[in-house]
Ligand binder design. Structure first.
Ligand code: NAI
Ligand code: 15L
Length: 264
C-alpha cells in the first residue's frame, strides 16, 4: 500500500512496530500526542491529539491502512480514557468514513474479557466481561467498529491483544504473551486478505497454556508461530507462583481486576 498510518507510534508497541512494519507501505505516517523523535527515510511524523476531531480528519486523509495503537493503555481516570479511547475512536471512525474507509487494525485488549476466570476457554462469541473503565473503553471501540462495518462496510480487525512485549515476564504472561513477530504477521495478513470483515481476533502466540480459541478468525489464514514456552524456565526462576486466590491466578485480566475506579 502507499501510506500506512500508525497511531500511538511513540508508545511501547508503536516503538517496537515502527521498523518492523516499514515494509508494509511505501510511506509510514506515524502519529502520537507525544514526541516521535526524528523521521526515518520513509516516515512522516504528525503530532495529533486523538480527541481533536479536525486534526484526526487531516491525519487520516490520504492513508490506505491504519494500525490504531493510540490511546490510554491501562486503567486511569475516566476523563482521560474518554478523550483518548472514546472520543478518539469516534473521531477515527468518522475520519475513515470521510476518507475512503481504509482498513483498520484496532488494538483492543484482553481487558474486554478480564473478568472471565482463567479456567474458562473463550471464543470470539463469548460475552465481554471488562475488568475496568479501560476495558469498557475497548468494548466501546469494538462496538463502534462493528456498527461502522454493518452500516457502511468499514473493515476492522479487532485484535484483543494479550500481552505484547519482547518476552513474557510473569506467570500470567505465559498464557497471554503475543510475540511482536506474531503481531507483525497478523498485521500483514489483515492488509493482504481479500475480505477482512470485522472479526474479533485473539492477539496471542501459540502458547502451551491457552485461554482463547481463534477458530472464528481461521478464514484469514493467519497462524501464530511463536510460543512463550521457551521462556518458561526463566519466568519461573524470576517469579514466585501467584497465590491461588490472587487476581493474577484467578482472572484472565489479572491485576487489572483489582484496580480501583481512579478519580483524582
Ligand atoms: P502505550 O501507553 O505505551 O502507548 C499508547 C500511546 O498512545 C502513547 O504513546 C500515548 O502518548 C498515545 N496516546 C494516549 N492518548 C492519546 C491521545 N489522546 N491522542 C494521541 N495519542 C495518545 O501502550 P502500548 O503498550 O504501546 O499499547 C498500544 C495499544 O495497544 C493501546 O491502545 C493499548 O490499549 C493496546 N494494547 C496493548 C497491549 C500490550 O500488551 N502492549 C495489550 C492490550 C492492548
Ligand atoms: C493491556 O491492555 C495493556 O495495554 C498492557 O500494558 C498490558 O497490561 C496487557 O493489557 C496485559 O494484560 O498484560
Amino acid at each position: 500500500m502507499e501510506r500506512l498510518l500508525i497511531t500511538g507510534a511513540a508508545g511501547g508497541l508503536g516503538r517496537m512496530m515502527r521498523e518492523r512494519l516499514s515494509h508494509v507501505a511505501t510511506k509510514l505516517r506515524l502519529s502520537d500526542i507525544a514526541d516521535l523523535g526524528e523521521a526515518g527515510p520513509n516516515e512522516e511524523l504528525v503530532q495529533c491529539d486523538l480527541a481533536d476531531e479536525a486534526a484526526v480528519h487531516d491525519l487520516v486523509a490520504g492513508c490506505d491502512g491504519i494500525v490504531h495503537f493510540g490511546g490510554v493503555s491501562v486503567e486511569d481516570r475516566f476523563d482521560k480514557i474518554m478523550a483518548g479511547n472514546i472520543q478518539g475512536v469516534y473521531n477515527l471512525y468518522e475520519a475513515c468514513r470521510a476518507n475512503g474507509m481504509p482498513r483498520i487494525v484496532f488494538a483492543s485488549s484482553n481487558h474486554t474479557i478480564g473478568f472471565h476466570p482463567q479456567d474458562r476457554h473463550l471464543t470470539a462469541h463469548d460475552p465481554m466481561k471488562p475488568d475496568g473503565l479501560y476495558g469498557v473503553s475497548k468494548c466501546f471501540g469494538e462496538a463502534i467498529a462493528s456498527m461502522y462495518h454493518s452500516k457502511f462496510g468499514q473493515e476492522t480487525a479487532l485484535v484483543r491483544i494479550g500481552s505484547c512485549f519482547p518476552r513474557p515476564t510473569n506467570h500470567r504472561m505465559l498464557a497471554t504473551w503475543f510475540s511482536p513477530d506474531d503481531f507483525v504477521s497478523l498485521i500483514e495478513t489483515v492488509f493482504n486478505v481479500p475480505r477482512l470483515g470485522c472479526p474479533v481476533i485473539w492477539g496471542v502466540s501459540d502458547n502451551d497454556e491457552m485461554w482463547w480459541d481463534n477458530s472464528a478468525a481461521r478464514y484469514l489464514g493467519w497462524r501464530p508461530k511463536d510460543s512463550s514456552s521457551r521462556f518458561r524456565e526463566e519466568v519461573e526462576a524470576e517469579n514466585a507462583r501467584p497465590a491461588p486466590d490472587s487476581p493474577d491466578a484467578l482472572w484472565q485480566g489479572g491485576k487489572f481486576t483489582a484496580d480501583p475506579i481512579y478519580r483524582d
